[in-house]
Design a protein around this ligand. Structure first.
Ligand SMILES: C[S@@+](CC[C@H](N)C(=O)[O-])C[C@H]1O[C@@H](n2cnc3c(N)ncnc32)[C@H](O)[C@@H]1O
Length: 313
């Protein structure tokens, strides 16, 4: 039933940044990869430092409140950094090319992009004639999206979406589902996705894949350097390990911004991966039938709304 298309696999090239760090330089193709190449040449991929040698202290939040989980600095104070470096991490045009096939095949014109971020994918969809509404939790991300997108932008939490509608397709990409830290979060989001879609509407979303997370090399300091004409941004990350019970993990980042001056900004968040079977089960429960599964670094699922979501309890 689940057929992974080789073409799709090659086109959906979201990069799991941390895993990408270990790629061979010869496999690198895009602009951002030049940055990685330099990192590889500098030998930065080879230095798993013991945490005791790291200068920055781990100060993870003690509770898992939503604002702390979702609204980390990357999507608020550092939204402008996100907007600059992510086109070197995600291939938005390649992603669009992949999506276009599904959208055309299912006669989709009206699209809701959940977790639209700074609107880079939304803008490409609009350029190609789609009518797109963007939704995101972060006002700062939406403010940047406003500069490039014409469509409606809604500030909402995907777990509490109030978008009743007849969207032909709902997209939630860029690993944004990783902020659904509990089953309850995930179920509420999927229920909202169902309600926003017309009957037969298409849901396309991606998730960190628990199988990949279990093989991931935690406890390594990773560094990427992004050079621009007017500044250099160095991003370091580390993640001590994952919690086997719910497959969540904390990541701590350090951004060094050099533009004549040098600023260091720290950030942190918590993410979650899902097992394929678990996502499949929740999707069925929430009124979707899975029509395609694309196994890359992330797990991308394409599902069709076939009924109403089963209510909890
Ligand atoms: C990794 S970014 C992806 C953004 C965009 N899809 C892209 O590919 O560039 C994750 C986005 O999810 C948003 N987000 C996180 N938690 C959310 C929530 N509960 N509801 C809606 N958006 C959320 C963040 O504000 C951020 O814009």
């Amino acid at each position: 039933m689940f057929v992974a298309s080789a073409t799709l696999l090659s086109i959906v090239s979201f990069q799991f940044e941390a895993v990408k760090q270990h790629s061979a330089p010869s496999a690198l193709k895009k602009e951002g990869d030049k940055d990685e190449m330099r990192n590889v040449e500098k030998g930065l991929t080879k230095f798993p430092l013991p945490f005791s040698r790291l200068k920055w202290a781990i100060t993870f939040p003690k509770n898992n409140s939503r604002s702390q989980n979702s609204q980390h600095k990357l999507y608020t104070d550092l939204a402008w950094i996100y907007d600059r470096i992510y086109p070197r991490i995600f291939d938005y045009k390649g992603l669009y090319d992949t999506l276009a096939g599904f959208l055309e095949a299912n006669s989709c014109r009206r699209i809701l992009e959940v977790a639209c971020g700074t609107g880079r994918l939304m803008a490409i969809l609009e350029e190609n004639g789609y009518e797109v509404t963007g939704l995101d939790l972060s006002q700062e991300m939406l403010d940047i999206a406003r500069t490039r997108c014409a469509g409606k932008l809604l500030r909402q939490d995907m777990r509490e979406m109030r978008v009743e509608g007849s969207f032909d397709a709902l997209l939630c990409l860029g690993r944004s589902f990783g902020y659904m830290l509990t089953d309850d979060d995930a179920r509420r989001a999927l229920e909202g996705f169902n309600i926003a879609l017309r009957d037969g509407g298409i849901l396309i979303f991606d998730s960190f894949d628990a199988e990949v997370t279990r093989r991931y090399k935690f406890g390594v300091l990773r560094e990427f350097v992004y050079e621009f004409e007017d500044m250099k941004i160095t991003r370091r990350s580390k993640s001590p390990g994952y919690n086997e019970t719910d497959i969540t993990w904390f990541v701590e980042w350090e951004y060094i911004i050099e533009d004549g001056e040098r600023r260091v900004i720290r950030d942190q968040t918590k993410l979650r991966s899902y097992d394929k079977s678990h996502l499949q089960e929740m999707l069925l429960d929430k009124g979707f039938e899975i029509i395609r599964q694309i196994q890359g670094r992330e797990l991308t699922l394409v599902a069709r709304k076939v009924g109403m979501p089963r209510k909890e309890g």
